[in-house]
Design a protein around this ligand. Structure first.
Ligand SMILES: N[C@@H](CCC(=O)N[C@@H](CS)C(=O)NCC(=O)O)C(=O)O
Length: 210
């Protein structure tokens, strides 16, 4: 069990960083935060690459357990399992949660991430790339819509780390220029999660030192 401030989060105010801040707030855990300036390349500095050889945030160090973890889905799983909450409880279908976490990491993150890059990260206009990533992102919103129209949360009746992982990405639709009018279940679910105090606090703390 993590003791007071035995956790240190290396992060930046991005969807992959925000999801860990939200989970830590939901779980009521104390933690120290180190903010990296991704624009300056802090994540590729030798000291950070010792923590994550892939040179990306987030990283969580748990000094009480002697663990250093990268990849946000693994960090979320570690926290949920350790605390027995947010899907880490006994008797919960863990594979279902992992399925949706993998879907987020493998599909939602890369596709929406590329769409962000071609809209905001480069001066070079590439209509074909924009069309491809817009189409694929909307298709993925449609996948989530189909599921959320059948049940309240992505992995069933309870709110889990899989919802948190999807939330920080799917909430960025305006910045991505996506019209989500055809996805009312996603919109209602986003609105519901936005009202959670821990979600608000996590997003705020993620911004704090940005
Ligand atoms: N699959 C990884 C993706 C991590 C990731 O892409 N992090 C981004 C910020 S959202 C990053 O550090 N980008 C800086 C870079 O690639 O140099 C995870 O979920 O942790």
């Amino acid at each position: 069990m993590a003791t007071s401030a035995s956790l240190r989060l290396y992060t930046a105010d991005t969807p992959n960083g925000q999801k860990i801040s939200i989970a830590l707030e939901e779980l009521g855990l104390d933690y120290e935060q180190t903010d990296l300036d991704l624009g300056k390349g802090d994540q590729k500095q030798p000291d950070f690459v010792k923590l994550n050889p892939n040179g990306k945030i987030p990283v969580l160090v748990d000094t009480a357990q002697g663990r250093t973890l990268f990849e946000s889905a693994v960090i979320l799983t570690y926290l949920a399992e350790q605390q027995g909450q947010l899907g880490g409880e006994q008797g919960v279908d863990k594979l279902l949660i992992q399925q949706w976490l993998s879907f987020q990491i493998a599909s939602i993150g890369p596709m929406l991430g590329q769409l962000w890059w071609f809209r905001h990260g480069t001066d070079v206009k590439n209509a074909q790339a924009l069309e491809r990533y817009t189409r694929e992102s909307l298709r993925l919103y449609g996948v989530v819509e189909g599921e959320l129209s059948k049940r309240p949360f992505i992995a069933g009746d309870r709110y889990t780390i899989a919802d948190i992982a999807l939330f920080t990405w799917l909430r960025t639709y305006e910045e991505l220029g996506l019209d989500i009018g055809a996805f009312p279940a996603v919109k209602a679910w986003l609105g519901q999660l936005e009202q959670r105090p821990a979600v608000r606090q996590g997003l705020k703390k993620s911004r704090a030192n940005a």
